[in-house]
Design a protein around this ligand. Structure first.
Ligand SMILES: [Zn+2]
Length: 210
């Protein structure tokens, strides 16, 4: 019986310790996204709830989302309006990216942090464990338009042909248009020009530089 008592005491102690242990490993949960599509507009109806939850300036969060989504938009009362069709999963992904970058402490994984600006560096300070880290804006998931440059030589597969007969391939998230290539071809392409998210190139025999 003595053993049972010890066991119960142990269990109680374990229970007492439990909430904190679980909490610190808990994934930071956002409120469920309340999204409405209206024609070519996407409305995030509980945008302000999300900004409140992450405890960041709504404008800062909006600015990040607009940049990542590559779309104009604005805050309207408690909602955010994006002037594009955006799927809930994409929006959710971008929000998670924001949280990873600007909210979660790298040491203890808690969201109890604040952003502090020192000179030109933004620092994330954790109120829970005291750790701080500079914000490193991770390279966005998609490659930026400036990532591929004119003169680069890449190897791509042409997986489509445009209306004018030009071959079309992809490099990361960029569309690469290459005249004189056929669908299914593997082409070594020298980039001649880049406009927005589209690169133009021509077939080359030179060695790939990427
Ligand atoms: Zn921390």
């Amino acid at each position: 019986m003595g053993n049972d008592e010890d066991y119960m005491a142990l269990l109680n102690r374990a229970k007492l310790n439990l909430p904190e242990t679980i909490e610190s490993h808990e994934r930071f949960e956002l409120p469920e996204l309340d999204i409405m599509q209206e024609g070519k507009t996407t409305i995030l109806r509980n945008f302000m709830d999300i900004a409140d939850r992450v405890r960041r300036e709504p404008q800062h969060l909006l600015h990040f989302l607009l940049k990542e989504l590559g779309t104009p938009g604005e805050i309207d009362n408690r909602r955010a309006i994006f002037k594009a069709k955006i799927s809930p999963s994409v929006l959710n992904e971008r929000l998670q990216q924001y949280i990873e970058t600007y909210v979660i402490c790298a040491e203890c994984s808690r969201p109890d942090t604040k952003l502090v600006k020192y000179d030109r560096t933004m620092v994330l300070e954790c109120e829970a464990c005291g750790a701080s880290r500079p914000i490193s804006v991770r390279k966005t998931l998609r490659s930026g338009p400036d990532e591929l440059r004119a003169g680069d030589i890449i190897e791509i597969v042409i997986n489509d042909v445009g209306k004018k007969g030009d071959g079309i391939g992809k490099y990361d998230d960029m569309i690469v248009i290459v005249p004189g290539t056929a669908k299914g071809a593997r082409a070594r392409v020298k980039i001649t020009n880049i406009s927005n998210r589209t690169a133009f190139g021509q077939v080359t025999n030179e060695a790939a530089t990427r």
